[in-house]
Design a protein around this ligand. Structure first.
Ligand code: MN
Length: 203
């Protein structure tokens, strides 16, 4: 069974005005779709049919070098975007609550302080990539970034939420002003989903 583009969990217009319908439609139906198509080709080429994306992305060290790059790029592109859509929601944003909200306050002092550090990581990422809130290998919250389509699962990290800072994610509306995209994105962060992920990890 080949990998399929997952269904977008809301309409293209659902994240307006914070994420415009035109960018979302192109981002999902063109960019994400292309990663999905090319991931399937890379999986076939590496003889990894039947494995889950998570299994593939967490065992890339066992793949020959000439097959690995395509899996990093397209497998990461497939998985990272699937994770991204689930990390956003209409009528969302605000502050993290519950166990995750408490853990964020314990680590950064306040939600506002966390936001400042996260925004700086997203804005400051050089070139194409992603900024993530993850649970690291020590079981602690961490803000980190990955280049191109590197997936945090490959690095042994457990992601909770994410922003895409590739230009394709924001250029149509926000042009070269990435800080405006980051500012807007805070209004569509699905903290309920991040909390659910956090609780599943800390179980
Ligand atoms: Mn993207």
């Amino acid at each position: 069974m080949a990998f399929e583009l997952p269904k977008l969990p809301y309409a293209y217009t659902a994240l307006e005005p914070y994420y415009d319908a035109q960018t979302l439609e192109i981002h999902y139906s063109k960019h994400h779709n292309t990663y999905t198509v090319n991931f399937n080709k890379a999986v076939d080429a590496a003889g990894l049919e039947g494995k889950t994306a998570e299994e593939i992305l967490t065992s890339l060290d066992s793949v020959p070098a000439d097959k690995k790059t395509a899996l990093v790029n397209h497998g990461g592109g497939f998985w990272n975007h699937s994770f991204l859509w689930e990390s956003l929601a209409p009528n969302a944003g605000g502050e993290a609550k519950g166990n995750l909200g408490s853990a964020i306050k314990a680590k950064w002092g306040s939600f506002a302080a966390f936001q400042e550090v996260f925004s700086a990581k997203a804005v400051g990422h050089f070139g194409s990539g992603w900024a993530w809130l993850v649970v690291n290998q020590k079981g602690e919250l961490e803000i980190m970034d990955t280049h191109d389509q590197v997936c945090p699962l490959t690095l042994g990290l457990k992601p909770l939420m994410v922003i895409d800072v590739w230009e394709h994610a924001y250029y149509l509306k926000f042009k070269n002003v990435r800080p405006d995209w980051v500012k807007s994105w805070w209004n569509i962060v699905n903290w309920d989903k991040a909390e659910e992920r956090f609780n599943a990890i800390s179980g």
